[in-house]
Design a protein around this ligand. Structure first.
Ligand SMILES: C[S@@+](CC[C@H](N)C(=O)[O-])C[C@H]1O[C@@H](n2cnc3c(N)ncnc32)[C@H](O)[C@@H]1O
Length: 251
């Protein structure tokens, strides 16, 4: 909850600019939230990743867990400050991990976090996007956490992830827990997420010319995107969480 509170000043500080964007178009770019924005996302998600990512979420997919235990290749797309990647790399010493993020400040922090944790042998943080990865790679697991709804080209990114996923691999998507329709989201968590959407997720996508999908995309919206990108299998995982939805996507 502390991380959530940290996000309030950074979101409200852009309120006049969001208001202006409602009238004139555009939005507030991701980088304009500065270090406060990066720290808020880090504080909101880090505890969950450290406590649940491996021991509960990944364990719910036994073939994925087994593959990582014996040695697999993992890409964490849009890794931010890298706590999901770091947690996995710490737990699965025989697997190789790449964290990829387009935001220089986030990836610099992720690299520092890896050094502080002494986790560098099976982990590499890459600043940039797909063209910055070594060509010809395939991954057994691709994770993308709290990220797809932010993208400027969600279907384009999902198509690339589809190409990078091995034939029997899994794309594990984590997204905010909301229902498909506005009326089903009339509750405190829906209100919180719509607020965060207007003041961060939606506006930063619109600022970069994206569709501004926003935080409250919901499972049907996500299923449409992944099917349009070429995946055939879309599963909503039955994991306990008040705030988070989990999808396992496969060829
Ligand atoms: C809300 S943050 C989530 C960060 C992290 N995955 C987490 O769960 O805390 C979304 C991240 O996606 C990254 N991102 C957005 N578009 C991207 C792209 N085209 N390629 C790589 N990363 C991207 C942003 O820089 C940002 O760090």
């Amino acid at each position: 909850m502390g991380g959530l509170l940290h996000s309030l000043p950074m979101m409200l500080s852009v309120a006049p600019r969001v208001s202006d964007a409602f009238i004139n178009g555009g939005g507030v770019p991701f980088e304009d939230y500065g270090q406060d924005g990066i720290l808020a996302i880090d504080l909101m998600n880090r505890g969950l990743y450290e406590q649940r990512f491996v021991s509960y979420w990944l364990k719910s997919m036994p073939t994925v867990y087994e593959k990582l235990t014996t040695g697999g290749r993992v890409l964490d797309f849009g890794c931010g400050t890298g706590h999901a990647t770091l947690t996995m790399a710490g737990a699965f010493a025989k697997s190789q991990f790449i964290g990829l993020d387009i935001d220089p400040a986030s990836i610099d922090q992720a690299s520092k976090n890896a050094q502080d944790a002494g986790l560098t042998s099976n982990l590499n943080f890459v600043r940039g996007t797909f063209s910055d990865l070594e060509p010809g790679q395939q991954f057994d697991l691709i994770t993308t956490c709290d990220c797809i709804h932010d993208l400027t080209d969600p279907v384009g990114v999902l198509k690339k992830l589809c190409d990078l996923l091995s034939a029997d691999g899994t794309l594990f998507i984590i997204e905010p827990k909301v229902a498909d329709s506005l009326t089903e989201n009339i509750n405190p968590i829906g209100a919180l997420y719509y607020g965060m959407s207007v003041f961060h997720c939606m506006t930063q996508s619109l600022a970069a010319g994206g569709p501004g999908l926003g935080t409250c995309l919901g499972p049907s919206g996500m299923e449409s995107l992944v099917k349009e990108a070429g995946f055939n299998s879309f599963e909503v995982l039955e994991l306990k969480s008040q705030m988070t939805l989990f999808y396992a996507v496969r060829h």
